[in-house]
Design a protein around this ligand. Structure first.
Ligand SMILES: [Zn+2]
Length: 365
């Protein structure tokens, strides 16, 4: 993806500055003396605007060292004004996009056992799956089939409701980012509804797809996260402001969450991930070993979106048991099964695609 020319200018300025600092300033500080007391807020603010973490800033006389090995001269900061990237309040996306289109979201027990959060997640997946892109979002209750994203309840600083990683970049711990963090205690303290939590989840999922805040530029948000360059690229086909976007930076509690993706949010995801081929999968949400009581009950497709019908097959080669079902209702009632080893298979058909068959061997004890 191409970055805007203005951003390229900023990148070139960085490069020039670092080279210049290394040539001129380091040699003057052969025995640098750390002097943290004297870091002026005006420098910290500028360094942060440049996209570096202010907690990483170390001051040595005439230079700052950030992120351990990047040198910025005070003189540079004194004269440097962040170029305004013609802020225009438009949709933008990160440099990298997802390299796969079936996204398995691990939904652990604290999520699925909480009806408010479960229905919020279900609705967010349904919304993204209905957007018309080539992305398919799945809810998985087990990890034995692998997963791509994880949902984690945790405390986040200040008034942060949620946080997520951009595609292709390591997270704070340096491993490939795939986490959506949700500040459940704060959300509960605010008394947000399931629809409002859906809005937050839809927003965080947007980041995981590479969508920036639509108001990132007027907010002066940096182009890096956790020390890694994210990039910001306007969509050439979205040339208007979008106050109804789910990708606005701030959530207003007066927003009831009844509307999630705006028409331009949908255009954005369809531009990044156009539906030009069909690669729909589905997954079976049952552990590979279950008791007979756990095996029966309702099974839903992992894909949470509009479907035309769903097919199920359950076979037991030892006994010759064979059960099939084709239904437009996504609730599949698993028949009562005697202990044994069964192969569960399922396939879904949507308006655009027929999925491949999913298959899982399940032992019923
Ligand atoms: Zn955000």
């Amino acid at each position: 993806m191409k970055i805007t020319s203005s951003l390229l200018t900023v990148a070139l300025l960085f490069l020039f500055c670092f080279v210049a600092c290394k040539k001129n300033d380091i040699s003057q500080t052969a025995t640098p003396k750390e002097d943290q007391e004297r870091i002026d807020e005006k420098y910290l603010a500028k360094i942060e605007k440049l996209g570096f973490k202010r907690s990483s800033v170390r001051c040595y006389d005439s230079i700052f060292v950030v992120e351990n090995d990047i040198i910025i001269a005070k003189k540079f900061l004194d004269t440097f004004h962040i170029p305004v990237v013609n802020p225009n309040d438009r949709h933008a996306h990160s440099d990298q996009s997802l390299s796969f289109n079936n996204i398995r979201i691990y939904t652990s027990q604290p999520w699925w056992s909480n009806s408010t959060y479960y229905s919020a997640l279900n609705r967010a997946l349904y919304e993204w799956n209905s957007a018309g892109s080539n992305l398919n979002f799945h809810m998985l209750f087990q990890t034995d089939q692998g997963y791509d994203w994880n949902l984690i309840f945790m405390s986040l600083p200040g008034t942060t409701l949620g946080s997520a990683d951009f595609p292709g970049l390591p997270d704070l711990n340096g491993v490939p980012g795939y986490n959506i963090l949700i500040n459940q205690n704060y959300i509960n303290a605010l008394g947000l509804t399931s629809n409002q939590i859906s809005w937050i989840l839809t927003h965080e999922m947007g980041h995981m797809l590479g969508l920036r805040h639509t108001d990132w530029d007027i907010n002066g948000e940096p182009n890096s996260q956790d020390g890694y360059y994210v990039g910001a690229n306007y969509f050439p086909n979205i040339t208007v402001q979008d106050p109804n976007s789910v990708m606005r930076a701030a959530f207003n509690t007066s927003n009831n969450g009844n509307v999630l993706l705006s028409s331009y949010d949908k255009l954005a995801v369809n531009t990044l991930y156009p539906l030009n081929s069909c690669n729909l999968q589905t997954f079976i949400n049952r552990p590979s070993v279950v008791s007979s009581g756990e095996a029966s009950g309702t099974l839903y497709p992992s894909y949470r979106g509009p479907i035309n019908f769903i097919e199920w097959q359950i076979t037991n080669s030892a006994t010759g048991y064979n059960y099939t079902s084709t239904d437009s209702d996504i609730e599949f009632q698993v028949p009562s099964l005697a202990p044994g080893t069964y192969v569960f298979k399922t396939r879904i058909t949507t308006a655009n695609c027929v999925s491949s068959w999913a298959s899982k061997t399940i032992t019923i004890q």
